[in-house]
Design a protein around this ligand. Structure first.
Ligand SMILES: [Zn+2]
Length: 311
């Protein structure tokens, strides 16, 4: 409001008439720094939502670690407590184990990690959970919100996508979830990369070079022992591949997570980093802009993702 007030003064006061254009331009230029920042220091705040306590880590962990290393605040939220994802454990015992793993992973990424107490495998896009999501986004004063697309194979992932889409716009409506003040600006909502083709393939609007934080990402994924060394290999029928020793496990995971960069993501890397630098990126994470939140232009995206090279 402060800035809008100054801008209107600038436009209407006769004192400024002669220099109106110049002053307005200067003020608008500084105002634009705050376009997507909910807080006064203009440092963007990031929140990522996953269905389970390891989803954000995989989809956005490298980017989160880059933000964190630059002093930006990042929060991961698991919308379910993960109490179903195991072949022998389950219920509160598993939820407790997964919570501890998430906290350890959060430490290794340099982010805070919240786990909502909704059951794994049973998530519904209900009003109750929508309000939980709205509350988390508001409490974090989020400028960037990242979630799965709502066309994923797993119903919990799908409904996490729906729930976050349903929160877009509503986070700025004061009469909804009155206990937590509404955000003054609608954040930018984005999707994690996926490989699903229907109804439309993922579109990499932005791609981040995570080569520098790839090892850190692997080290953080390693904290989710129940998932990456137990449950996922069991359900995927590759348990016999999992090494026993820690160093061997890290090496094994690095190889598994060394996912080839798709031609579309490579193009996005060339766009954001330049042809040569974009071609030499080893590891990347990409995001698509959701139509329901703020719609940043290229210059604003560079401000939102300060690890990108300046133009
Ligand atoms: Zn998941």
């Amino acid at each position: 409001m402060r800035y809008l007030h100054i801008v209107s003064l600038c436009i209407y006061s006769p004192i400024f008439l002669n220099m109106k254009r110049l002053v307005c331009l200067l003020i608008l230029a500084s105002f634009s720094n705050f376009l997507f920042s909910q807080t006064d220091d203009s440092k963007v705040r990031v929140i990522m939502f996953g269905a389970h306590p390891d989803d954000c880590d995989q989809g956005g962990g490298g980017t989160a670690a880059l933000f964190a290393s630059m002093g930006y605040a990042v929060k991961f939220v698991a919308v379910t407590n993960g109490d179903a994802g195991h072949q022998t454990d389950g219920g509160p015992t598993l939820a407790k184990r997964r919570f501890a793993e998430a906290q350890e992973a959060g430490k290794r990424f340099g982010v805070t990690y919240d786990v909502l107490d909704n059951h794994d495998g049973l998530l519904m896009p209900s009003l109750d959970v929508r309000l939980q999501v709205i509350k988390k986004i508001r409490e974090w004063y989020a400028d960037i919100v990242i979630a799965p697309r709502p066309n994923d194979y797993h119903p919990d992932h799908r409904y996490t996508g729906v729930l976050v889409q349903d929160a877009a716009y509503m986070v700025a409506v004061p009469n909804i979830e009155k206990g937590t003040p509404a955000l003054k600006k609608n954040p930018v909502f984005m999707y994690f990369q996926d490989y699903f083709q229907r109804p439309n393939p993922f579109r990499p609007d932005i791609a981040i070079d995570i080569s520098k934080t790839f090892d850190q990402k692997i080290n953080a994924l390693d904290a989710h022992v129940s998932q990456f060394y137990e449950w996922l290999p069991w359900i995927g029928h590759y348990s016999e591949e999992v090494p026993a020793g820690h160093a061997e496990r890290i090496k094994w995971m690095s190889k598994r997570e060394d996912i080839p960069i798709t031609p579309e993501v490579r193009k996005a890397l060339q766009k954001w980093y330049g042809q040569d630098a974009g071609n030499s990126v080893q590891h990347a994470e990409a995001f698509e802009i959701c139509e329901y939140g703020a719609q940043p232009n290229a210059e604003q995206l560079r401000r939102l993702f300060p690890m990108l090279p300046k133009n």
